[in-house]
Design a protein around this ligand. Structure first.
Ligand code: FRU
Length: 539
C-alpha cells in the first residue's frame, strides 16, 4: 500500500479501483481458480454492475481479465447481479446469474464459455434463450425479490435443481427450479425452505458436508444423507446484513431442506462471521478436495471517503469450511496457501501475562501480519458468573469494552496499535462461569474497534461471538492483519470476526502489535508465532 493509500490491503483481494461487492461464480477449471465479483466500472459507489473477473493458481495471487458479463441485452441491460457456476458432468462450467431487465425486474440467465480450451475462460456467451426463469402473472414471484441463483445440483431423478433467493412479505424463501437440460427450467410448487420472519434471502448457498473429517464434498454428491452427509443452507439476510447458516438434512425426494433441532433459518441462526461479512459463497475445490468459502467485507468509512480513496470493498481470505465433529457447527480456516506469504517468523514461548499487563511483539510488520497465539488460563474458578440475560455476545462485548476488567479476561491481541495506544483494535476473550455453582464455562470473543482510529466518522461497532470450546484446554486466537482489515479466528476457526479499521497513526511502520491481559488473573501464553506478511500480486 502506497503512502497516500494507507488503507489498501496487501494480500486481500481487491480490484485496482472502484466499488466491489459480492463474490460470484467461484470455481476451479483446468487447474485455474476463477473469481468473478460484482463491480462498478464507473466509480467507488454501488451501480452499473458487471461481473469482473480474475484468475489464480493459488487463491492468493490474482491476474485480472476483462469483465466476463456486462449489461448488453434486454434481459440484463440494467445490471448483471450475483450468481454461481455449475460444472456440468462433461466438465463444462456454466454461469447462472441475475439480470435486471428494462422493467427493473429480476430474471435468471445463463452464460457459457466461448472457448473451453482457454483455461482462463476470458469470453462468455449469453444464451438467446434468456431469461430462463422470470417472474410472471401466474407464478406469484415478487419481481424485485428474485435473485442470486446457487450452484445447481443433480437430483435423484437426474434432474437439475437450483434455488433462487426470494421473499413474500416477511417470509424469506429459497425457490426451487428443476431442469433436465439446464435450459428449460420449471418452478417447483414448494420452496426448498422458508422462514416466516426472516425477510429477504439474498445469495443463498446449499451444499453437502461430510460428518467425518474436513474434506469437501461435491455439490451433487449423494451418500446416505443421515449416514455420512449433512447439508448446509446459508442465506444472507438483507435485514441484518449478516450471513447465517443452518445444518440439516436434505430430503431428496421431497426436495425439502429440514434443519436439525435447534436451528432456524433466521437471525437466530449461527453466523459465518460475527463482524463485517456478507454475500458469501462456497465452491468445491476438486484439486484439493476441500470446500472453499468466499465472502465480501465492505468499508466502515463514509461514502465520501470511499470516493476520495477511489475504491470500496474487499474479499476476505478464502477459507476452507467443514463440519465440526459435533455436527453442530461449521469450522473455517484461511486456506493454507496464504501461509506462503509469511516471512520473518517471531516466536514467544511460555510467557506469563500478569494481570493488567501487555507484551509487545517486536520484529514483524505489524500493519501486515499473521499471528497465532495459544493462551492457557490457570484458575477457571476465578471466572465471573454470567448473567442469565447475557444471550447476545455482541452486547456483552460492547457493554464490557477492553478497559473493563473481569476475573478471566479480557486477554488477547492488540493490533494496529499506535505507539502510545491512542489507537488500537483489540481482539480478546473473556471466560465466564455459566452459573454460580456450575462447572460449565462460556467463552466470549470480542473485536473492539472503539479505539481503532482518531478519525471520528467511521463505524466502530464492537463485535462479539461465543466460542464453543472447553476452556480447560488451551485457547487459540489467530489474526490476519492487513492494513485496514483484521480477520480473527477463535478456537481454531469456531468463531470468526472480520473488522475494518482506519487508523491515522498506526499505519505502516508506525503500527504495533501486543499480546495483553487486562483481567484480574494472570494468563499463560503457551506459544505466540507472528509473521510479517508479504504482499500478494493482485494487479
Ligand atoms: C447482495 C446483493 C445481491 C445482488 C447483488 C447486487 O449484496 O444485493 O442480492 O444480486 O448484491 O449487486
Amino acid at each position: 500500500p502506497a503512502g497516500n493509500q494507507p488503507y489498501r490491503t496487501g494480500f486481500h483481494f481487491q480490484p485496482p479501483k472502484n466499488w466491489m461487492n459480492d463474490p460470484n461464480g467461484p470455481m476451479i477449471y483446468k487447474g485455474i481458480y476463477h473469481l468473478f465479483y460484482q463491480w462498478n466500472p464507473k466509480g467507488a459507489v454501488w451501480g452499473n454492475i458487471v461481473w469482473a473477473h480474475s484468475t489464480s493458481t493459488d487463491l492468493i495471487n490474482w491476474d485480472p481479465h476483462p469483465p466476463a458479463i456486462f449489461p448488453s441485452e434486454p434481459f440484463d441491460i440494467n445490471g448483471c447481479w450475483s450468481g454461481s457456476v455449475t460444472i456440468l458432468p462433461n466438465g463444462k462450467p456454466v454461469i447462472l446469474y441475475t439480470g435486471i431487465n428494462p422493467k427493473n425486474q429480476q430474471v435468471q440467465n445463463i452464460a457459457e464459455p466461448k472457448n473451453l480450451s482457454d483455461p482462463y475462460l476470458v469470453e462468455w456467451t449469453k444464451s438467446p434463450l434468456n431469461p430462463l426463469m422470470a417472474p410472471d402473472a401466474v407464478n406469484g414471484i415478487n419481481a424485485s425479490s428474485f435473485r442470486d441463483p446457487t450452484t445447481a445440483w443433480l437430483g435423484h431423478d437426474k434432474k437439475w435443481r437450483v434455488i433462487i433467493g426470494s421473499k413474500i412479505h416477511r417470509r424469506g424463501l429459497a425457490i426451487t427450479y428443476t431442469s433436465k437440460d439446464f435450459l428449460k427450467w420449471e418452478k417447483s410448487t414448494e420452496p426448498l425452505h422458508y422462514d416466516d420472519g426472516s425477510g429477504m434471502w439474498e445469495c443463498p448457498d446449499f451444499f453437502p458436508v461430510t460428518r467425518f473429517g474436513s474434506n469437501g464434498v461435491e455439490t451433487s454428491s449423494f451418500g446416505e444423507p443421515n449416514e455420512t452427509l449433512k447439508h448446509v443452507l446459508k442465506v444472507s439476510l438483507d435485514d441484518t446484513k449478516h450471513d447465517y447458516y443452518t445444518i440439516g438434512t436434505y430430503d431428496r425426494v421431497g426436495d425439502k431442506f429440514v434443519p436439525d433441532k435447534g436451528f432456524k433459518m433466521d437471525s437466530s441462526a449461527p453466523r459465518y462471521d460475527y463482524g463485517k461479512y456478507y454475500a458469501s459463497k462456497t465452491f468445491y475445490d476438486s484439486a484439493k478436495n476441500r470446500r472453499i468459502l468466499w465472502g465480501w467485507t465492505n468499508e466502515s468509512s463514509s461514502v465520501e471517503d470511499d470516493v476520495e480513496k477511489g475504491w470500496s470493498g474487499i474479499q476476505t481470505i478464502p477459507r476452507k469450511i467443514w463440519l465440526d465433529r459435533s455436527g453442530k457447527q461449521l469450522i473455517q480456516w484461511p486456506v493454507r496457501e496464504v501461509e506462503r506469504l509469511r516471512t520473518n517468523q517471531v516466536n514467544l514461548r511460555n510467557k506469563v501475562l500478569d494481570s493488567r499487563s501487555r507484551l509487545e511483539v517486536y520484529g514483524v510488520t505489524a500493519a501486515q501480519a499473521d499471528v497465532e497465539v495459544l493462551f492457557k488460563v490457570r484458575d477457571l474458578e476465578k471466572a465471573d458468573v454470567m448473567e442469565p440475560s447475557w444471550t447476545d455476545p455482541q452486547l456483552i462485548c460492547s457493554r464490557m469494552n477492553v478497559s473493563v476488567k473481569s476475573g478471566l479476561g479480557p486477554f488477547g491481541l492488540m493490533v494496529l496499535a499506535s505507539k502510545n495506544l491512542e489507537e488500537h483494535t483489540s481482539v480478546y476473550f473473556r471466560i465466564f462461569k455459566a452459573s454460580q455453582n456450575s462447572n460449565k464455562y462460556v467463552v466470549v470473543m470480542c473485536s473492539d474497534q472503539s479505539r481503532s482510529s482518531l478519525e471520528e466518522e467511521n463505524d466502530k461497532t464492537t463485535y462479539g461471538a461465543f466460542v464453543d470450546v472447553n476452556p480447560h484446554q488451551p485457547l487459540s486466537l489467530r489474526a490476519l492483519i492487513d492494513n485496514s482489515v483484521v480477520e480473527s479466528f477463535g478456537g481454531r476457526g469456531r468463531a470468526c470476526i472480520t473488522s475494518r479499521v482506519y487508523p491515522k497513526l498506526a499505519i505502516g511502520k508506525s503500527s504495533h502489535l501486543y499480546a495483553f491481559n487486562y483481567g484480574l488473573q494472570s494468563v499463560d501464553v503457551l506459544n505466540l508465532s507472528a509473521w510479517s506478511m508479504n504482499s500478494a500480486q493482485i494487479s
